[in-house]
Ligand binder design. Structure first.
Ligand SMILES: NC(=O)C1=CN([C@@H]2O[C@H](COP(=O)(O)OP(=O)(O)OC[C@H]3O[C@@H](n4cnc5c(N)ncnc54)[C@H](O)[C@@H]3O)[C@@H](O)[C@H]2O)C=CC1
Ligand SMILES: O=C(O)C(=O)COP(=O)(O)O
Length: 599
């Protein structure tokens, strides 16, 4: 096992000269979990040094009210600063002192916040579902993980949807207000029945399907529109999936449960209201922005929409004089969908666990802007992740000049079926290995693809399906860099690319091919590659130069085309040889070229 090797998985970010950024290092000897984690600081010169041990705590800023159980969980691991109602300016100031930020829907986590964090903010936890208040692109660009709490408030939101539906149908809010005003208007508040009516659930996800289930219990005919929902899930609860237009034209009631995205913004507008049955009733516990609110007022005034029950608004809180809120056929609640005691405790625990896990360097099951990798897949891939990063590092160091790397091909040889091998993590680590040695950018799983794209680096992936039993996820990984010159000509393969290939042997990553030469050297410490005409005594000559300087040789391997023909010698060294030793190796007459590669 590679005792000293370590790899950064999630949280590293570039630090400026005087700001601190934390880098979670996962020792490759430990599981990808809590053990073996140390938090380090990188100086601007990229040298790492430990600035606090495991006892030093990261700081979590909780910017909106969070359930007690979640706060307690956070406090076990971090310093928790509960500062509610901060202005955007105050938040920007505070954020540079925080490693994590937890919000609900009331805080806008804008690009300015990521920029103000100086690279320290590593995770944003959204204590709820909707992440439309978080600038995901900015988070990703800053290598900041965003996690949410996607399940704990589902039932609460569905129950609130049903509460609004029934309250609206029977004028509960309006009737209550009139009784309190001393009136007794039994004729005015005659309602409509739900049984036998058609309810169109728009967005058949977690909340939408729970609403559908409950509405069926009320005797409603439920249809749903969701372009991404699996038909079998709908069938299982007796719901028919229909087109958007069919949902609009056949519904007596419409309940909205889709996220706010560019595609769903103002999806209910003048045009779509015009298609609805006259007298339709609308419930919105999703996001205010999915309705064009001015168009809704017009539709209410025209009697197209008989009533609306709204929990969410484009601007929250909405202006006091909002025509929509003041409309007599509108029932409004102040974004209460997730606000039950039970949901808030659940959400607090769910988000606290995700944030703590993320700060520990674990991959999150609720990551919004990074691949979610199940724990068992992660533990199996662990040595391959190390291999992937080291191959990337080696390959880029072989490029003459180091820049101009634009086209990389990664080949995975595996006996696993293609859909049984998730390569996103491996690709991210190869990207990290390729970019970090030649830039000042730190790469992690969150920003790998973004950074590669930004640098114009194209990484094509290919799988080769191998025969045999798929015991290990990957047999070999090959990294090829096209259209570049190499500072070590022997690393160029027959097809003209720089090529390195590696395998995992007994849990340790090995370099097994350089160019067209087979070698076998464990990827620990650093590597010297020499090319020569194969001849006796070469290992001894190089070995004695290193030995004189007390540089420990961990591995040596010679790959040759044929005896006494062109050969590549790969030497693993534990310590960095001095410039003088490297020069002496270069001067050994038989050595044609050599390169020292840092892992
Ligand atoms: N009012 C409140 O307090 C709460 C509001 N919410 C909101 O409810 C909504 C749904 O939440 P979940 O069910 O947990 O999310 P989800 O992700 O489980 O479901 C959303 C569904 O919308 C679908 N969808 C996406 N684009 C669509 C489109 N153009 N047309 C139709 N369907 C589309 C998706 O395929 C998905 O099935 C979100 O907007 C969330 O923010 C959730 C909890 C509480
Ligand atoms: O989870 C969601 O999407 C919600 O809208 C709940 O928002 P809240 O946490 O109550 O501000």
């Amino acid at each position: 096992m590679a005792a000293s090797a370590s790899s950064t998985i999630l949280f590293s970010s570039k630090s400026s000269r005087d700001s601190i950024s934390w880098k979670t290092q996962l020792a490759s000897t430990s599981a990808f979990g809590i053990s073996g984690v140390s938090l380090r600081r990188r100086s601007s010169s990229h040298r790492q040094f430990v600035v606090f041990s495991m006892d030093a705590k990261p700081t979590v800023l909780v910017a909106e009210k969070l359930g007690e159980a979640g706060l307690n969980l956070l406090k076990e691991f971090a310093n928790v600063d509960c500062s509610y109602n901060l202005s955007p300016e105050e938040l920007c100031t505070k954020i540079s002192l925080c490693d994590a930020l937890i919000v609900r829907s009331g805080t806008k986590v804008s690009r300015e916040i990521f920029e103000s964090s100086g690279g320290r903010l590593k995770v944003v936890g959204r204590a709820g579902v909707g992440i439309d208040n978080v600038d995901l692109a900015a988070a990703t660009e800053h290598g900041c993980l965003v996690v949410n709490a996607p399940t704990a408030n589902t039932v609460a939101a569905a129950e609130h949807g049903i509460a609004l539906l029934t309250a609206m149908a029977r004028n509960i809010a309006q009737a209550d207000a009139s009784v309190k005003a001393g009136k007794w208007l039994r004729n005015k508040y005659v309602g409509v029945s739900l049984v036998g009516k058609t309810l169109a659930v728009m967005g058949f996800g977690k909340v939408g399907s729970e609403v559908a289930r409950r509405a069926k219990g009320l005797g409603m005919h439920v249809i749903a529109h969701d372009p991404y929902a699996p038909a079998d899930r709908a069938r299982a609860i007796g719901v028919e999936l229909v087109s958007f237009d069919e949902a609009l034209t056949s519904a007596d009631f419409i309940s909205l449960h889709m996220p706010l995205t560019p595609a769903t913004k103002k999806i209910l507008n003048d045009e779509t209201f015009a298609k609805m049955k006259k007298g339709v009733r609308i419930v919105n516990v999703a996001r205010g922005g999915v309705i064009d609110e001015e168009a809704l007022v017009r539709a209410l005034d025209a009697g197209i929409v008989a009533q609306a029950a709204l929990d969410v608004f484009t601007v929250e809180p909405p202006p006091k004089d909002s025509k929509l809120i003041q409309h007599e056929n509108v029932t409004a609640t102040p974004h209460l969908g997730a606000s039950t005691m039970e949901a808030q405790e659940g959400v607090a625990i769910e988000v606290a666990e995700a944030v703590v896990g993320a700060l520990k360097g674990e991959l999150s099951a609720t990551a919004v802007n990074a691949p979610m990798v199940p724990a068992e897949v992660l533990s199996e891939l662990k040595p391959y992740v190390v291999l992937a990063e080291k191959l990337g590092r080696l390959a880029v160091q072989l490029v003459a000049g180091g820049s101009g790397v634009k086209s990389v091909k990664v080949t995975y040889g595996s006996a696993r079926a293609p859909d049984d091998l998730d390569t996103r993590l491996l690709r991210a680590m190869i990207t990290k290995g390729l970019i970090e040695p030649i830039s000042s950018v730190f790469i992690n799983l969150v920003n790998a693809d973004f950074t590669a794209k930004q640098r114009g680096l194209r990484i094509a992936e290919e799988r080769i399906l191998l025969d045999g039993s798929p015991e290990s996820p990957v047999e070999f990984i090959q990294v090829q860099i096209a259209n570049v010159e190499s500072k070590f000509a022997s690393a160029i393969s027959d097809s003209g690319e720089i090529r390195v290939e590696g395998r995992v042997k007994d849990g340790v990553p090995h370099l097994t091919k350089v160019g067209s030469f087979e070698v076998d050297v464990s990827l620990e410490g650093s590597i010297i590659l020499c090319s020569q005409v194969d001849q006796p005594g070469m290992i001894g000559k190089v070995g004695s130069v290193l030995g004189e300087e007390n540089v420990n040789v961990s591995f040596m391997s010679v790959g040759r085309i044929a005896p006494r023909k062109q050969a590549v010698m790969a030497i693993g060294v534990d310590e960095q040889p001095s410039k003088e030793s490297l020069k002496r190796i270069g001067e050994i007459p038989a050595i044609q070229e050599f390169v020292y590669l840092k892992l």
